[in-house]
Design a protein around this ligand. Sequence first.
Ligand SMILES: *Cc1c(COP(=O)(O)O)cnc(C)c1O
Length: 388
Amino acid sequence: MTEYSNEFMETEIGFDAAPARLTVDLSAIVSNWRTMRALSGTARTGAVVKADGYGLGIEDVGEALYEAGAADFFVAVPEEGATLRRFAPDARIFVLSGMWPGTEAMFFGNGLVPVLASEEQLAFFFAAIADYGDYPCALQVDTGFNRLGLSHDEALRLAADDARPASFSPVLVLSHLACGDDAAAPMNREQLARFRDVANAFEGVEASLSASAGILLGADYHFELTRPGIALYGGDSAPGASKKLQPAATAEARIIQTRFAKKGENVSYGATQQLDRESRLAIVSAGYADGYLRAKSGTGVPLRDAVPSGGMGFIAGHRVPILGRITMDMTIFDITDLPEGAVRAGDYVELFGPNIALDDAAAAAGTIGYELLTSLGLRYNRRYIQPD
Ligand SMILES: *Cc1c(COP(=O)(O)O)cnc(C)c1O
């Protein structure tokens, strides 16, 4: 067996040679946060950075937003909060899944604020602060989503309960809209009315109802704190909502090989794509293991009917279609219509970014920008553009 000296064990490839690479524009993220802040009126504007900052990197995204003035952050799980704490020393960090046995040290040690959502979580929290002492928490109230939260009645009972511990001091009461992306949905006003009851019952406690889409519903929905997530990353929270925002992420993958194929030949697994002309193909170094979802395949995924011909890439000023099935590590694009010599092995194809909108790329897979971003995986070589 060959022995390799550590000296020669290169483990990183530079951005310019990376098989797949991701550019995250932190100045765009900061600009989008400021846009959402302007739209939030008199409410403070938080930042949702769960799922590793929607796949773009909680450390860099969190630090940039913190430096820009964001003071209230939301994460899904305590580990995310502990990571963020190192980059946002004085921020208030809310953990949306709350606190449960075994996580106390992580909460107290990192100053994370649990968002409590059930009677069980409350009972556990009361027991924990009986030992620990006064500690902030937030309350999640369900107003119709039927995901997390105390029921309307449980919340009103808690607000009126004189027997609750004196050290119980919620700093925020929050709820989440089911149909914020549809301004005409009657559900929005129903949830707003239920939430108002609860917010009024917790007098003196700040209230928060709106994520990105809810912010666009207007001042009634803003309360004291808003919680934009996807908007910060340049994605649509509602159809067309990202038009006022800047794209924050560009995913590209390298062409490993170009090849000619004859009319009548087939492409990729299952031979689901038969070529109807002499074709030139580009074999590109990203596949479904890179979140380039197989559902975007050009053909051969019977369950997808939203976009029958699949997704597109962008190279040398042209949009190019995906041919046949996307595979784990590679995708095949049709470059037949490009000028001779316009594209060579080693060039990069944009998967999404300034020329292929995130939400169009997602729609081609029958999904949403949120899922595309949070599925990117570990193989992209990442470059961060710092805010000025
Ligand atoms: C994810 C999430 C948000 C952010 O939602 P966006 O649609 O990405 O703006 C806000 N609040 C809660 C409770 C969430 O789960």
